[in-house]
Design a protein around this ligand. Structure first.
Ligand code: HEM
Length: 393
């Protein structure tokens, strides 16, 4: 049996990077039974897959995302329907509007959660700082103002269970389905109000932007995309921020450099953290016909994972790619994806992570990992530290 036949979901969850390095060297396009995907692991091939919708369709027959959230989703359509969905979601999250509102949105949430942590001298920065900021910032930007934090946290864990259920586990599916139905009910009520009284929330832009006067996009058309965006948007900036901070805390020399020049080096540290540990591992596609790539033939209809996580560690672009180094100047990472489906929230996410880390670093002179409880990374499709126990001073 080859390593690709032997690898298990558990091994990938624990640490997929050595396996990706092996595939990049030995079998850069390779079927991996454990996850039922053709893994594409080199930068050039990942970019090729994501930028060639005529060969690799975003519409996949056995999509766990559609099974849980319904159709069409922005992630799983191409062509005019995809364009229409982007026209609704993009306006709220373009770089200019984001720059105007991000600090006012993130800072009050960050300061509230940090003051409670400081009173206790520390705690778990994942559960008690980064995840709440990420979740509340996205929910508020969307227009879900009165949904409390425990409900939002339950939503994103439930949505994730459905979205990554490549192995068709019925328990995971049931959790995803229940949360999906709950979100539909809440969103329908908000849509009903926004149809009459538009505002600056993402939900309102989705209904109204680019539509002829007096018309709105149908709610049922938007709901699956609302869920996909909630999932990516609520969870991933918090995960990314945690990985960046682990990189800095385990490299005190780099942390010192960042503290000495927050304005210039914090954004670079954020980009390096997202390269080092990609919060989202793949862009998933389906081969439209038999396609030869990387020395293999992907059969028509097969599911293909373009592994942005692996591309960001491709040694043909990054020297010593497994190490965290904020001073590398080797070009962009792949964490936000390529092609027409590149992340709509990339500016919102990056600026939010910078703002959350800035509030933390400005207010804490000492951030120290708790030695008995070191951070442990988990996940291959969604990867982050499971906890980040620190003392703060
Ligand atoms: C660090 C945080 C984030 C990372 C690493 C990330 C990564 C990605 C990646 C890799 C894709 C491409 C998926 C594919 O093609 O299959 C994507 C798509 C997407 N992301 Fe993000 N994302 C992040 C945060 C956000 C946030 C905060 C939002 C909310 C505004 C968001 C909204 C979206 C949407 C709507 C799509 C689908 C775009 C499309 O299909 O056209 N993401 N993201």
């Amino acid at each position: 049996m080859s390593p690709a036949d032997r690898i298990s979901v558990e091994a990938l969850e624990a640490d997929p990077y050595p396996f990706y390095a092996h595939l990049r060297r030995e079998a850069p396009v390779c079927f991996v039974p454990a996850v039922n995907l053709w893994m594409v692991t080199r930068w050039a091939d990942v970019e090729f897959v994501a930028k060639m919708p005529d060969l690799f369709s975003a519409e996949v027959t056995a999509s766990p995302v559609e099974r849980t959230f319904g159709k069409p989703t922005i992630l799983t359509t191409d062509g005019p329907v995809h364009k229409e969905l982007r026209a609704g979601i993009d306006p709220k999250y373009k770089p200019k509007p984001v720059a105007a509102y991000i600090d006012g949105l993130v800072r009050p949430i960050a300061e509230e959660y940090l003051s409670s942590l400081l009173k206790r001298g520390g705690g778990d920065l994942m559960a008690e700082y980064f995840e709440p900021i990420s979740t509340l910032a996205l929910a508020r930007s969307f227009g879900f103002h009165d949904i409390d934090m425990p409900t939002l946290r339950r939503w994103f864990y439930g949505l994730a269970q459905g979205a990554i259920n490549f192995e068709n586990d019925p328990t995971r599916q049931a959790i995803g389905d229940a949360v999906s139905a709950e979100i539909s009910e809440k969103a329908e009520a908000i849509f009903a109000r926004l149809e009459r009284e538009p505002d600056d929330s993402a939900l309102s832009h989705m209904l109204h932007d680019g539509m002829p006067d007096g018309q709105t996009r149908p709610r049922a058309f938007l709901l699956p995309t609302v869920k996909v965006t909630l999932l990516g948007g609520m969870q991933e900036p918090g995960h990314g921020a945690g990985s960046v901070l682990v990189g800095l805390l385990t490299h005190p020399d780099q942390m010192r450099d960042v503290r000495e020049d927050l304005a210039a080096l914090l954004p670079l540290a954020v980009d390096e953290g997202l390269r080092w540990v990609a919060p989202i591992g793949t862009q998933t596609r389906q081969a439209r016909s038999d396609i030869e790539l990387g020395g293999a033939v992907i059969p028509a209809g097969a599911m293909v994972g373009a592994f942005v996580s692996s591309a960001s560690r491709d040694e043909s672009r990054f020297s010593d790619p497994d190490s965290f180094n904020i001073h590398r100047r080797e070009g962009p990472h792949a964490a936000f994806g390529f092609g027409q489906h590149f992340c709509s929230g990339r500016w919102f996410a990056r600026d939010q992570v910078i703002a959350a880390l800035r509030v933390l670093l400005e207010n804490c002179r000492e951030i120290t990992l708790v030695p008995e409880n070191p951070p442990v990374f988990r996940g291959w499709e969604f990867r982050a530290p499971t906890s980040l126990q620190v003392t703060l001073g």
